[in-house]
Unconditional design. Structure first.
Length: 251
């Protein structure tokens, strides 16, 4: 069993094959004959489940730039969780992009974060983004406004209350298509992303089976890439395959 949370189209009990990332994990394990069941819960509960060995692993998590602390999609891992987990090879890279609203971007593109000085940038609380970004915020090079959820940021962007927002590119496109279809032709992103952060599965160090399952997953993931199947799944992700419910059902 693998504990996870809602982050469509990458992970969701309402998405095709329970989301792109879970589909990748399922097919990777299938090469070794391992059947996978995903258990959905709030993200911190998903992490706690592995710590308590009620699930075998949790996905997916990203690391901060200092490589000393893991981060979930929404909330940074608390201090007391350090040292409990081993991580898999990266299964996906989260690409954070700057979204803007309108026919013309507030800036054509950027080379350094100082190019964005003077613009109001919407961010969601608890996201990793990048070390360079937070450093620019700390030294007041960048102006940010916090919200709790990405949906709030999109509404603020449309209303002109922020100039840019930072969001996972795939997730941002999903939200716009699902909840703001009338604004699709006016919501765009700058060509240069803020950061690409690798995502991993986490296995408990206290579970004697963790290293075995980690090895089986990584072996299967390598085969998935080599076969070309991973590329097909990636194309499906960006063509919207995982945006829709799986009508056939997957255990």
């Amino acid at each position: 069993m693998i504990s996870t949370g809602e982050y469509p189209p990458l992970s969701s009990k309402f998405s095709y094959h329970q989301g792109y990332l879970n589909d990748v994990i399922r097919e990777s394990f299938a090469y070794s004959g391992v059947q996978v069941k995903f258990v959905f819960s709030p993200w911190m509960e998903a992490l706690e489940a592995v710590k308590e060995n009620t699930t075998h692993a949790t996905s997916f998590w990203t690391m901060g730039q200092d490589y000393s602390q893991y981060f979930v999609s929404f909330w940074p891992m608390r201090e007391e969780y350090r040292g409990f987990f081993v991580q898999s090879e990266a299964t996906i890279s989260e690409e954070y992009a700057f979204f803007y609203y309108g026919e013309k971007p507030p800036i054509d593109n950027w080379r350094t974060l100082s190019d964005l000085s003077g613009l109001v940038i919407g961010v969601a609380k608890g996201f990793t983004y990048s070390e360079a970004f937070w450093s620019a915020v700390q030294d007041e090079t960048l102006i940010i406004q916090y919200v709790n959820r990405d949906m709030q940021n999109i509404k603020k962007l449309i209303a002109g209350r922020v100039d840019l927002l930072i969001i996972n590119k795939a997730f941002g496109e999903y939200l716009v298509e699902r909840h703001f279809p009338e604004y699709q032709d006016k919501l765009h992103y700058l060509p240069k992303p803020l950061a690409k952060i690798p995502g991993h599965m986490l296995f408990s160090k206290s579970n004697s089976q963790s290293l075995r399952y980690k090895a089986l997953f990584e072996k299967g993931f390598a085969q998935l890439k080599k076969s070309g199947r991973l590329k097909v799944m990636q194309v499906g992700l960006f063509e919207g395959l995982y945006d829709v419910a799986d009508k056939n059902g997957v255990p």
